[in-house]
Design a protein around this ligand. Sequence first.
Ligand SMILES: Cc1cc2nc3c(=O)[nH]c(=O)nc-3n(C[C@H](O)[C@H](O)[C@H](O)COP(=O)(O)OP(=O)(O)OC[C@H]3O[C@@H](n4cnc5c(N)ncnc54)[C@H](O)[C@@H]3O)c2cc1C
Length: 421
Amino acid sequence: MDKQSVIIVGGGISGLYAASLLGELYEVTILEASDRFGGRILDLKREGFSSILKYGAEFIHGEADLTFSLLKEAGISYREVNGTTYRARKGELLRSEMMIEGWDGLLEAMSQIERDMTLVEFLNTHFKHPECKELRAETIRYAEGYDTADPDRISVKALYKEWSEEDRTYQISPGYGVLAAYLIERCVKLGVQLHADCCVRNINWDGELCEVRTAMQTYSAHKVLVTVPLARLTDTDENTKLSFFPPLNDYKKAAGDIGFGAAIKIFASFSTPIWPKDAAFLFSDQAIQTWWTQLPYTSNILTGWAGGNYAKELSKLPEQELKQVALRSLAGTLGMSEARVKSHLQAMAIANWEQHKWIYGAYSYPTPRTTSARRLLNTPVADKIYFAGEALSNEFSGTVEAALLSAKAMVTQMITSLRSA
Ligand SMILES: Cc1cc2nc3c(=O)[nH]c(=O)nc-3n(C[C@H](O)[C@H](O)[C@H](O)COP(=O)(O)OP(=O)(O)OC[C@H]3O[C@@H](n4cnc5c(N)ncnc54)[C@H](O)[C@@H]3O)c2cc1C
């Protein structure tokens, strides 16, 4: 009997991992819209920088067991991020492990809510007194920055789960790109067809075989696994949207019930480190509030980060203006003049994911409606259309681990269905 066939739409880490699991048993094709594979994993060598820049995913957060086991299998090493956290206050950098003044009381109150709600609703209910103004502002800033979230949408129960877990952080020196490269190699060995520059416009699942159309060609397969970013699923622009026939309006609506935030990364290379040698993270109240070094690896590069609604606004600025904002913020954070920072600056680069043609944002975050949205999106349509990707994992949100877990879960469902066909 001929092998059953599967088309995977999207060649990010979830698509690549799914293909590497399915490739042994089935005829697998990956159709990727951009000219390369890896999606939000993108490591680039840029002029003026002594090491690779991690434009997208960079850290391994917490106990990401599947990521660790794949890294082990691929022989890729990683190291825990050590070093000290600093906070800039009144032009001075001070060591400070406490993210937010009143953090313990905040977590305690979060742990006690029964009905899920958004962060803004929670703060307005439980921390409404004028003396909590600072705590409210800092909590919102943190959720925006770290989770790229809209505070009017993000789920407090999800935030509590994330913030209350001990989160050790690890770095892969050359970046996650080496993991994507390993999976690509595994796919090639298994005979998976990898097609770049193939943006899928329509998926027709009406007949016995699904028809997957790009501008140039129609492909057919027994099953289709869609791994595009959330913003591509909710896209309604006639020129760019991904259409299904028969339409999958409730699935698209469910995708809109999961948040999808913006982020900007700024890379700055210096002739010499102008920050405390033991610094891992620097937080400040400047426009770009978060900066980090490459510890435990030695490097003269600082990475700046803006997330959430503020990053969405910043993303509209011309690159030169963005660099100016970053420079001013860094000077304010380090308590130095702009001229002094500039005198050591060798190069700057910006990763602006909001403007990325195929991604339109950074990563997902849960809203109070996300659990039921994920339940639907994790239910295959007529055993033909499946969805996977970082936004659909029930265990993590917005990480490489989430993308891998989601792919694995969907592949398990698909194999069960293909075996019984
Ligand atoms: C700035 C930034 C920093 C991050 N930092 C971290 C971090 O430190 N640690 C961490 O674990 N995670 C991090 N992440 C998140 C992590 O990168 C993602 O969760 C993960 O890479 C998502 O993988 P995916 O396969 O689900 O989606 P993607 O990587 O987005 O893959 C989907 C693919 O679908 C393609 N596509 C879109 N439309 C179509 C179409 N119509 N037809 C065909 N193909 C299409 C896209 O081009 C893309 O390649 C970060 C992300 C960003 C943007």
